[in-house]
Design a binder for this molecule. Structure first.
Ligand SMILES: NC(=O)C1=CN([C@@H]2O[C@H](COP(=O)(O)OP(=O)(O)OC[C@H]3O[C@@H](n4cnc5c(N)ncnc54)[C@H](O)[C@@H]3O)[C@@H](O)[C@H]2O)C=CC1
Length: 341
């Protein structure tokens, strides 16, 4: 069997963390698959060059492994060329880089590692929220630039206490964000596809709202819903303008949920207080991309779901799926995104 894994490039030198946790998500760590596969005589190709993976290795691969942090986009055309392909695995959560509908029609299963990095992302969201509300990054930049202008920073710095925070997408990540926010004495509103029961709402300390009401009432909004046909461009110009003046937007989900051009506009005009999280642009952003020069926001797309702890979990989930595939056992039910129709 041929397994192909496309992962972000490993470090130039062997990385040993004080915790003893390995960098399993990179080409170097290869999700811990090398021993498992090679000892049984299977072929494992690990590379970071996405074009090369599609050009040279997709056609005869049985299993193709990719990750949202370094996504290889698999279109219907790509999948049609992959005559032996049976399984596409996402090392992480969110498989919007794969045309799941086409995969299902072509007899290919798509699966991810549900829940693997939800703690990593929830902590990141709270960090981004605080960074924006406290005006932390411009303050840090001042110090780096050798300035010490307290008024300039203090004039845009707030306490998060008593603010209203809206969470869009109350799933594994959204609920962990709500739980972590409880200590800050904020009011939490949420919107999600299926309203949670009253016990859940009491535990999360969150009240359900129609999306338009959540947008109108929130001082800060966190996006933690998947990218789907329904959520693509959900925060378009109209919705961004409907946000409260000076409010903040954190997007730990996917860049395409927000219209980038409209976002640049509402930030430049000062309507929004700041934005942090994923942005839809080619990675890394070209030097002249307007996003690179935007003031007062936190552009930190890299590490939300990729802490060393998260990597151990999604590597273990991938190993489990690979083991089951080789043994002819069904994958864990909640991992499956699309199955052959
Ligand atoms: N930044 C990062 O590193 C990571 C980002 N993610 C993103 O976060 C997303 C959510 O992850 P989980 O919480 O684990 O997924 P989940 O499946 O547990 O929860 C998703 C929630 O979004 C809700 N939802 C779906 N469509 C919606 C809509 N139109 N409006 C409002 N809510 C909607 C669902 O009802 C569900 O409650 C993933 O799909 C992925 O795109 C996930 C992991 C890492």
């Amino acid at each position: 069997m041929k397994f192909v894994a496309v992962l972000y490039p490993g470090p130039a030198e062997q990385h040993v963390d004080h915790s003893g946790l390995e960098l399993l998500g990179s080409t170097e760590g290869a999700l811990g698959l090398a021993k498992l596969l090679e000892s049984e005589g299977h072929e494992l190709v690990v590379l970071s060059d996405r074009d090369r993976a599609l050009r040279d290795h997709l056609a005869d691969a049985h299993v193709f492994i990719t990750t949202p942090f370094w996504p290889t986009y698999l279109t219907a055309d790509d999948l049609r060329r992959a005559e032996r392909l049976e399984l596409v695995l996402t090392a992480g959560v969110g498989s919007d880089h794969v045309d799941a509908e086409a995969a299902a029609e072509l007899g290919i299963t798509v699966a991810e590692v549900t829940g693997s990095n939800v703690v990593s992302v929830a902590e990141h969201a709270v960090m981004q929220l605080l960074a924006l509300v406290r005006n932390y990054l411009p303050a840090y930049q001042q110090v780096v630039d050798g300035r010490w202008d307290i008024a300039d920073i203090a004039a845009r710095s707030h306490d998060i206490e008593d603010k209203t925070i809206g969470i869009v997408g109350m799933g594994q990540i959204g609920q962990r964000i709500a739980l972590r926010l409880r200590g800050f004495d904020v009011k939490v509103l949420y919107n999600t596809r299926h309203r949670r029961g009253s016990t859940d709402e009491a535990v999360f300390g969150a009240r359900f709202k129609h999306l338009d009401d959540l947008v109108a009432q929130s001082d800060a909004i966190v996006l933690s819903c998947p990218l789907t046909a329904e959520t693509k461009g959900l925060f378009d110009e109209r919705r961004l303008r409907a946000m409260r003046p000076g409010s903040w937007l954190v997007n730990i989900a996917r860049g395409q949920i927000v219209d980038t051009d409209a976002l640049v506009e509402v930030l430049e005009s000062g309507h929004l207080g700041g934005y942090a999280g994923d942005v839809w642009y080619p990675q890394p952003a070209p030097p002249d991309h307007p996003w690179r020069t935007m003031p007062g926001h936190a552009l930190t797309p890299h590490v939300s779901g990729t802490t060393l702890e998260a990597q151990q979990r999604y590597a273990a989930g991938i190993q489990d799926s690979v083991r089951r595939y080789l043994d002819g056992d069904p994958l864990q039910e909640d991992y499956v995104v699309a199955r052959p129709t």
